[in-house]
Design a protein around this ligand. Sequence first.
Ligand code: PLP
Length: 417
Amino acid sequence: LAELKDFDAELAEAIAGEARRQEDHAELIASENYASPLVMAVQDSVFTNKYAEGYPGKRYYSGCAHVDVAERLAVERAKALFGCDYANVQPHAGAQANAAVFLALVNPGDTVMGMNLAQGGHLTHGNPSNFSGRHYRIVPYGLDPATGLIDYDEMERIALKTRPKLLIGGFSAYSRHKDWARMRAIADKAGALFWVDMAHVAGLVAADEYPDPLPHAHVVTSTTHKTLRGPRGGLILSQGQGEEFYKKLDSAVFPGIQGGPLMHVIAAKAVAFKEALAPEFTAYQRQVVTNARAMAAVLQRRGYGIVSGGTDNHLMLIDLSAKPYTGKDADAALSEAWITANKNSVPNDPRSPFVTSGLRIGTPAVTTRGFGVAECEQLAGWLCDVLDALECGTSAQVAPRVREQVVALCRRHPVYR
Ligand code: PLP
């Protein structure tokens, strides 16, 4: 970076500013984490220069002996970590892994059932603004408005009526366990394949802290950078489906939707999977869930509702629909106090996704930097102070006080020493 400062001062300052922000702000965005220095160093390696279209041993370019070693390590470690017999580590991101599954398993116009974005699903599960919503006939499922829990009976009713070819499990904002066995039974009854996108909970699944979808799903996708704490990227896994099925998935990734794989990122995935196979990773994931529960309890004590009444994983949705301010206002007020969260729709949210009536928070990043229950309770208390002040019109006094405390706590727990 010293060299970059001489060559490109503007960019060097942006990177330095982001490094300071990551150290001094409390990161509660549920999909973010801090990759290890090793993961980052490997992404910075000479593998970035290599073209390697194809798969190990069957490349379209010469000179792939060393990148083949890296990809085979990543594949073998992914299979060991999740206890399955197929892994494709090439998707550039979670959205690409999901696009490959659509391409491999359904045809344009086919009916696909996925969780409504406004109720916790992801864009790539059939939102009209995404390729998935444009090319397939999407039938959404969602939550029971009375409990905030997934309504499996309603899901079954819709599935039997609409007969989807593919049923998608997985979410971006649901704080409870999902019943994968029930979903597989619904898929079987409806004649659908069952796909789980476990992007949010992959790290918890690897550590046995969240129900494992692999025994139930035909295919599982994930990102590698959320709870899994690796480099930004995607992943496809499967168990017991046979070579023909796996060939379809492989050729959907390449040549279906991608060209040359990002070999430096694949090598970093190999490092992250090795880190995740170590016992400390299991302890980390357990702490992520314990910290989330501790934060939810403080919020509830202070009168803030959590959608579904609590959390069993790394995230929760704070319901602000009864408040005189919006999710967007809350997000902005917390930013002033250097607490980073994100506005999020709540079930039956009357406001647009740009405004919303909720806030999503999660504990993967703060747990990585060493926050335990005491620190997370303190942080949840400050978050409530900021929201209380928003309601009382005292933000100008409260935000600077909270910011000072947040920075002091963060500096006691540096991310990169
Ligand atoms: N799937 C789920 C459930 C997600 O939450 C996300 C990202 O937030 C993705 C897929 C997309 O991942 P990416 O941003 O790497 O494309």
